[in-house]
Design a protein around this ligand. Sequence first.
Ligand code: ZN
Ligand code: ZN
Length: 308
Amino acid sequence: MTAYKVLLYYFYTLMEDPEGFAVKHLKYCKELGLKGRIIIAGEGLNGTVSGTTEACETYMRSLKEDIRFAGIDFKIDDVAEHVFHKMHVRVKPEIVHLGVRGEKALDPNKLTGIHLTPQEFLEMKDQRDVVVVDMRSDYEYELGKFKDAVTLNLENFRDLPQHLHQLEKYRDKKIITYCTGGIKCEKATALLLESGFNDVYQLQGGVIKYAQETGGVDFEGELYVFDGRIKVDVNKVNPTVISKCFVCGTPSSRMVNCANPDCNIHTTICLTCAVQFDGACSTTCKEHPRKRPYNEKGYYPKPAVDYL
Ligand SMILES: [Zn+2]
Ligand SMILES: [Zn+2]
């Protein structure tokens, strides 16, 4: 048992007073010594926090005791220390930004794809009439994704409605979506159903739960995560590296940001190129007047705006 845990969780539920809840919740999280990011909206809660094992257990118990969150499911990982620097609780219009609001707003409690357990997903994913679709952003699936999964060239999840046409050719197939922890799929599958797709499924608990329950078989590369770890190894069965250095093209899973703040591209740059370009992704970026000094670690973490 490690001293710290990182939790990832969400729950779609009606919140009467998101602002009031957020104020109290922030205070409570700070009392427990948790650090991380939580989004509160009228449609529910979405969070990722790290803390001592004891603090995390107390936190999970108290959320489950709250009748609004009784069905919440936590993805729990062991970590050596905090993976966040601060504790934030923010109120936003949606717990994950899709931008389909007002009359058209999607409520996963009313309409969503059929949930598959990791084991069910594993049994179905390679069947001939099945298409597995990655609902995450480009920098995430470039680092790692399921073997043969279809990606949608999404820069942000909110671009999904404009990219759905890429799935037209799979209308007669069973579509199974997946994301990091499951939250995006709740709405993505609702959108698919509303767009006339009939056979729509989602991986419950996302890649994180799948990795814990199946050993991560057939997940190629590494899993991008939205905390200080940046990425985690999830495949203990048949691991590979699929990402390539942005500069030289050799296999690399070293996820960084370009040291030029105006570029700031979030991508993989191998150690050799990082040294050669002083942390930048090109000669132009290397010579940029405001280029940040290359720190050994080589990254300037991107704020996880889309996801949280
Ligand atoms: Zn390189
Ligand atoms: Zn650059």
